[in-house]
Design a protein around this ligand. Sequence first.
Ligand code: BES
Ligand code: MN
Ligand code: ZN
Length: 496
Amino acid sequence: MKYQIKASKNLAVKTDCLVVAVRPLKNMSSQQRELNDKTGKAIDRLQAAGLLSGKKKQIVSLPAPSGVGASKILFVGIGRAKKLDSESVRILLNGLARQLKDLGPDTVSFDLAALVSKSDMQTVSRHLIEALGDSQYRYIKQPKAARDNAKKKQLKCTILCDSRTLAAQARKGAAIGQAINNGKTLAKNLANMPGNICTPSYLASQARKLGNSHGLKVRVLNEKQMRELGMGSLLSVSLGSRQPAKLIVMQYTGAKNKAQAPHALVGKGLTFDAGGISLKPSPKMDEMKYDMCGAASVFGALLAAAELQLPINIVGVVPSSENLPDGSANKPGDVVTSMSGQTIEILNTDAEGRLILCDALTYTERFKPQTVIDIATLTGAVIVALGHQTAGVMGNDQGVIDDLLAAGDTSLDFAWQLPLKETYKKQLKSEYADLANIGGPSAGTITAGCFLSYFAEKFRWAHLDIAGTAWGGSVGKRASGRAVPILTQYLIDRCQ
Ligand code: BES
Ligand code: MN
Ligand code: ZN
């Protein structure tokens, strides 16, 4: 998708589709009044006929209007503007974007001035670009359709603003929206890819590609190197797989001071989670190709950060493996030694995410990070607690948690804090090791967070459980691109 911002007092632009946001009745802006005049009072006539009330989510199309450059006009009702917070704006724009997808114009121009009330033009533009990006997204079928899809034409959109001030705001918002959009697209592409193609080695190759295109320093550790570091927990998950595990490290250096402490993003990269010997049931097991959405979010957020040239340093750490049953796979009751030295009794081989993340967290200590966020499709329990709408947040530093929650609100990629209290930790007691890898049937998301906390003692840390938000829900069996928005916003906010 391509976009441009135009400071123009005139809505008579040449375009396949002109989108005009309207408030209920009469409240026309001067440009809308001019549009009304130019189109032979089309707005007046639609309103007189009761076809255009401007109520929220109403979309009225005016085909082949005369007197203007647009082939058609879409009037979008926005309801009483004072009620419109950024979430309502986004819902409205999502609906509009879906309608545009069905109409399929090559070019579209937007007059969204009426939407600017509680939300400013920067927010409106940002969410417009993201909504369009979501609706325009198409998965490139693997492997042979890639060529056909490469030719796919891109939507060209223009945001019309009647003043330079508004145009400047729109430009800022659209740039953020576009960067997040590109990050989400990368995350969606990686996540939707089948597990036989998107393996740990494939993720590593994509990291190198991202490094080359966006100036990141990339290093990939193989199993031998991980063994030398003592990553017995991470490597144990990969024992049942023919695909070698990888630890992918991507460094973005945007700060003037190259030695400035980075913010670390650690993403779970399970390219397929069958559960191992604690095998998962067959229905919907295919969805466990999405168990690398934490990793995909790290790729996406780094891409967005690089495109926005954020003046901070960031390190992305992605532990990647498959989790499959096999004669040499982990067995319930096995004890492994993590890189931290702490031993772990694996009571359920399906609680594998924490086993790869714990060593990745210990590895991350070497970067002396300012903050560490890990992102993982870690527990089914978070879907029970928060559904597909909201991610779960825990951590050892309320400041980091609050910053992450705030980034979720700004980006509309919502998160909610769960209590990481001492009292839950006893559920991880083991007879045979320092820790058990499961904490029993209650508070599954929290005990998973507790487990990770034992490996995050040396830095300010928060954990984001995206098992509910990364795919599914109203998005269907598709990757949503989350948590790219919340992570990117978190990084943007660190630049002040
Ligand atoms: N990747 C899964 C979590 C998951 C499950 C994500 C369903 C999305 C949908 C994770 O590795 C897992 O299997 N977790 C177990 C933990 C349990 C064994 C303590 C779970 O949630 O059932
Ligand atoms: Mn699992
Ligand atoms: Zn998993």
